[in-house]
Design a protein around this ligand. Structure first.
Ligand SMILES: [Zn+2]
Length: 395
């Protein structure tokens, strides 16, 4: 039995829907399931009708609810109007969408990750339900509220935790933007459930402590001991957990620890990179020199057959280049390209700092050059190769 006294009309006015004149509705009639007054035992009589029109996935329906009341004027229940329960099984008060449509929306949004635009188009195409974006957003918000209520349901929670010996709790504050209120989330890690979340304007110990007390209430209702707390080392958490959960171990989150330690590591890495880039210079000068030599060699090569074809002074043409010299120029250019690539590499986070990788790679280039110098192959003179300064990998 649903008793309706006064449902605030605000949402009803914002959600009013203009139905096209040619809409064809299926009519549904609901009557109150109870036949007798629970207070005095009189037979209930119909006192009013409520008409509603709403969307279901099976098409628009016109719901007529026969509302009832106790006719005995002396009965304390007389002023109350009773609605049929079947009505809320179809749709909540003031909704223009049935439960099936709301569940469909929520599933498409949160399981399939559809955008509101996609949902709107699909609703119109497949179900001929034409809604605006903000109406869809409104109902998605409703879906979230229903989901949160279901997650909070003590009976469901008890069932979910039936086979758990103890709970592991974590608290974290998320600030969507600087200066905005922080959303504190209490999670349980054994069943990976968000227990509850609350936005707090201040992170003062007293306010945070209320959330911790709430978490203690949840654990007590479940009848499960708290084995561990995990959070960052925020003062309010450290004090609050110690006060609210005496004797329960409190571990600091490794993720936060890493994040805090990452900043100085990345800064030191960045300084080391700047230093290495400063040390290794003159790549372009080497490349220019090699390319100039290549051009000269090329022009004499293409010129040579022309001169020989008119048979003039064969002795004056320069001797053709030996393959090792051509090869050596390519090798030098390859070294330059590789080195430039290493110096421009900025990828990698705190766990793989780019500066360390750069130092290691430059060390390899240097060792490789050293091997070439020692081999002294191809008639290459020492002065043709750039000499690389030692790179410190300590930084
Ligand atoms: Zn009565």
């Amino acid at each position: 039995m649903i008793v309706v006294n006064h449902i605030p009309g605000k949402e009803g006015t914002t959600m009013s829907y203009r139905w096209p004149a040619d809409t064809i509705f299926t009519r549904l009639d609901f009557t109150v399931e109870e036949r007798w007054c629970q207070t005095c035992g009189s037979r209930l009589t119909v006192c009013d009708h409520r008409q509603r029109r709403l969307f279901t996935l099976n098409g628009p329906v016109h719901v007529v609810c026969k509302l009832a009341h106790c006719p005995a004027r002396a009965c304390p229940a007389h002023p109350r109007t009773i609605s049929p329960e079947a009505e809320t099984a179809l749709a909540m008060p003031w909704w223009v969408l049935g439960w099936d449509v709301v569940c469909w929306l929520g599933h498409r949004r949160f399981t399939r990750h559809w955008s509101v635009g996609q949902i709107r188009a699909e609703l119109a195409d497949t179900y001929q339900i034409v809604l605006s974006d903000d109406a869809i957003e409104h109902y998605i918000h409703r879906y979230q509220q229903m989901l949160a209520a279901r997650q909070h349901d003590p009976q469901r929670l008890a069932t979910a935790y039936a086979d758990v010996d103890a709970v592991l709790l974590a608290i974290d504050g998320l600030q969507p933007e600087k200066g905005h209120e922080t959303l504190y989330v209490v999670r349980e890690l054994e069943k990976k459930r968000v227990w509850f979340a609350e936005a707090l304007l201040s992170s003062a110990t007293a306010e945070v402590q209320q959330l911790l007390a709430q978490a203690r209430g949840w654990a007590e209702r479940l009848g499960k001991p708290v084995r561990l707390w995990i959070s960052d080392k925020q003062d309010a958490f450290v004090r609050g957990i110690a006060a609210e959960f005496p004797g329960v171990p409190h571990r600091y989150c490794t993720n936060h620890f890493l994040r805090d330690v990452a900043q100085p590591v990345l800064e030191a890495d960045s300084r080391a990179k700047v230093k290495m880039r400063r040390t290794i210079r003159g790549l372009r000068a080497i490349e220019r020199e090699v390319l100039a030599a290549q051009r000269t060699a090329l022009s004499t090569h293409t010129l040579a057959p022309a001169i020989s074809s008119v048979e003039v002074h064969r002795a004056e043409t320069p001797p053709p280049e030996t393959p090792p010299e051509v090869e050596a120029r390519d090798v030098v250019l390859d070294y330059c390209t590789a080195t430039r690539g290493l110096l421009n590499d900025d990828q990698g986070g705190p766990l793989h700092p780019p500066g360390i990788r750069m130092a290691e790679a430059l060390g390899e280039v240097r060792a490789s050059l050293q091997r070439n110098l020692e081999a002294q192959k191809g008639g290459l003179r020492m002065s043709d190769l750039p000499v690389w300064p030692a790179i410190s990998t300590v930084g």
